[in-house]
Write a protein that binds this ligand. Structure first.
Ligand code: SAM
Length: 224
């Protein structure tokens, strides 16, 4: 009984999050809004943070990393224009939350995380939820995942000094979209790059602040 009441609390918190933080701020893709209503974000953070899981902010997930603000997760997901038949790559698994969201929206999700401990925890939560269309790998996501390329969408959830060339190469040449924060350590611009054949067009979205993308085609270190 107490368990049921608790889960009602989180369902209501998600409803409020979608109405107040997403729908009112320009998240309009109905599939994204439905997925944000359904994925239990609190399960992707430590129990001590469950009460803050649906707030309008990022939260710590250990190893100096964060689960992004719900609005930013929804905006990046919407910008990728996910379709049911798509195969997408996420760089920066972190808690596994955005991968779980994407798994509801596309056919296959491939996700890479450089911290082994985060990867293992994300996999545990994803398995517990019975999600079976996510492949997770420990490694440097700046080189992409060529075995499964090309991807209809790539979302990078860490801030990069430049756009990594391997990610452009691994985008589908039929409208593949790369969503990536690009800029300095403290502030980036969210870019949406669309590929048609060998031509790439770029649209700039909002300013944002992400933890650094550390790897061969990103930052050399975390800059702390
Ligand atoms: N998408 C995550 C979620 O839903 O919880 C949030 C990710 S957090 C903002 C960014 C993540 O990118 C961190 O976990 C960090 O370790 C990871 N990261 C940074 N550089 C990376 C790289 N080169 N390859 C893979 N992961 C990387």
């Amino acid at each position: 009984m107490r368990q049921a009441r608790k889960s009602d609390t989180y369902t209501m918190a998600r409803e409020r999050m979608v109405e107040e933080q997403l729908a009112r701020r320009g998240i309009t893709d109905p599939r994204v809004l439905i997925a944000m209503r359904l994925v239990p974000r609190h399960l992707f953070v430590d129990k001590g943070l469950w009460g803050r899981a649906y707030g309008d902010h990022p939260l710590p997930i250990g190893h100096g990393q964060t689960i992004s603000q719900p609005y930013m997760v929804a905006l990046m997901t919407q910008a990728m224009e996910p379709k049911q038949e798509h195969r997408v790559l996420e760089i920066g698994t972190g808690s596994g939350y955005q991968a779980a969201l994407l798994a509801r929206l596309v056919k296959n999700v491939f996700t890479i995380e450089r911290h082994g401990a985060l990867t293992r925890r994300a996999r545990e939560v994803i398995d517990k939820l019975g999600i079976d269309n996510i492949a997770i790998r420990i490694g440097d996501g700046t080189i992409g995942w060529s075995t499964y390329a090309p991807f209809d969408g790539i979302v990078v959830t860490a801030g990069s000094p430049d756009v990594p060339q391997p990610l452009l190469d691994q985008l589908s040449d039929e409208g593949g979209r790369l969503v990536i924060p690009v800029g300095g350590h403290g502030f980036q611009q969210l870019k949406v790059i669309t590929r048609e054949g060998n031509s790439f067009s770029t649209r700039e979205e909002v300013g944002c602040t992400f933890v650094p993308l550390v790897g061969k085609h990103g930052w050399a270190d975390e800059g702390r």
